[in-house]
Design a protein around this ligand. Structure first.
Ligand SMILES: *Cc1c(COP(=O)(O)O)cnc(C)c1O
Length: 369
């Protein structure tokens, strides 16, 4: 049996005619940079999320960086984020000129532990970046209450959480702004890099748009210095073709997750992911915790089952953040979990037969056969 970690080829084959047509149109109409498909996608994505503004950008990392920068966050400021995330969540804090401050993860959801945020706040703290990791939203009730009491901005990292919900409210609609990534493997993925910012703050949207286009809203009128971070017309057109399917795809991911979990609960060495009762989980990643993780990973690899670790090291223990001088005692949960977590293949196209094969292979590992 052949199993992909994420089967982007199958997704393309399932929608080939529409995607080919979306690409063809851009080339024939020469809508490569900005233009109608970029505008249409911005409108469609904003409206699908019930938000006033979507500013399309070159990638999700820029979405975080530019948002922080346009919020005026920089030298001397601190921004809090989670110890277990992709480095884009924290390197953009540094890139904006501020200092990243890591907080440990919740033992059940693996998201930023909201109860530990306040202890990390100092007079220099300006913002919190909750990351809705693996497709499940962080505890936004606690985070928003804390942020409002301490006058902190909340910038949501929604790169893994397109259309996830918390209290039936969509990811990206809670903070002052939200960063999305459309990296190919994300729940809504382009065929290259792409990202966007969602915000109901018109002034912030306009600043982000300006900064991402050389500091100008009108050609050759540079109000500030900025950068080039635009979404390609090709990516916008592909995303427009894919957007109508995102809810179906998210449902298929969730159904696959339920199928995995219903089978994995019978294996005592495995802890399947927990769905928080306030959350609509969109399962960007299906992450289990397990005994002898590296042994299981090798066993699955020998049966042609690809797995990944999100992430191999909590960020404070990477070389990039050695200078912060952290020890495992600073992030006990993230530290303990990084040796136990394993992400199994997850995508809408995964079949029941494949899930059966993966679970049987996990069983056979712990049986020792
Ligand atoms: C993918 C990702 C990003 C960055 O997105 P890019 O489009 O790859 O720049 C940021 N944060 C998290 C949590 C991600 O998973």
């Amino acid at each position: 049996m052949e199993i992909q970690f994420v089967d982007l080829k199958q997704q393309y084959l399932d929608h080939q005619a529409e995607i080919d047509e979306a690409i063809r149109r851009v080339i024939l109409e020469c809508q490569f940079i900005r233009g109608r498909y970029v505008e249409q996608f911005e409108k469609a994505f904003a409206s699908a999320n019930h938000m006033r503004n979507c500013v399309s950008l070159a990638n999700g990392t820029d979405a975080l960086f530019i948002t922080l920068k346009m919020l005026g966050i920089g030298l001397g400021d601190e921004v809090i984020t989670t110890a277990n995330t992709w480095i884009a969540s924290s390197e953009t804090i540094t890139l904006a000129g501020a200092r990243p401050v890591f907080v440990d993860v919740d033992p059940n959801t693996y998201n930023l532990d909201a109860s530990k945020i306040e202890a990390a706040v100092t007079p220099r703290t300006k913002a919190i970046i909750p990351v809705h990791l693996y497709g499940q939203m962080a505890d936004m009730d606690t985070i928003l209450a804390l942020a409002s009491r301490l006058h902190l901005q909340v910038v949501e990292d929604c790169a893994q959480a397109h259309f996830a919900t918390f209290n039936n409210r969509l990811a990206g609609t809670f903070g002052v702004a939200a960063a999305f990534s459309f990296y190919p493997g994300k729940n809504l993925g382009a065929y290259g890099d792409a990202g966007c910012v969602l915000t109901n703050d018109d002034t912030l949207a306009s600043k982000v748009r300006m900064f991402a286009n050389h500091g100008s809203l009108k050609k050759h009128e540079h109000e500030i210095e900025g950068m080039n971070s635009r979404m390609d017309g090709l990516q916008a057109s592909i995303l427009l073709a894919k957007l109508p399917y995102i809810h179906t795809w998210n449902q298929q991911r969730t159904a696959n997750a339920h199928l995995y979990t219903s089978k994995l609960v019978k294996i005592p060495q495995v802890t399947p992911p927990l769905i928080h009762p306030q959350c609509g989980h969109v399962f960007h990643v299906y992450c289990i915790r397990c005994e002898n993780r590296d042994g299981l990973k090798a066993h699955l690899a020998s049966r042609n089952i690809p797995t990944m670790t999100h992430y191999p090291r909590p960020l404070p223990f990477t070389k990039a953040y050695e200078y912060l001088g952290h020890t495992p005692a600073d992030f006990p949960v993230a530290y303990r979990y990084h040796k136990e977590i394993l992400s199994l293949p997850m995508c809408p196209e995964l079949t029941e037969e494949q899930i059966d094969y993966i679970v049987q292979s996990i069983e056979s590992f712990y049986r020792g056969t």
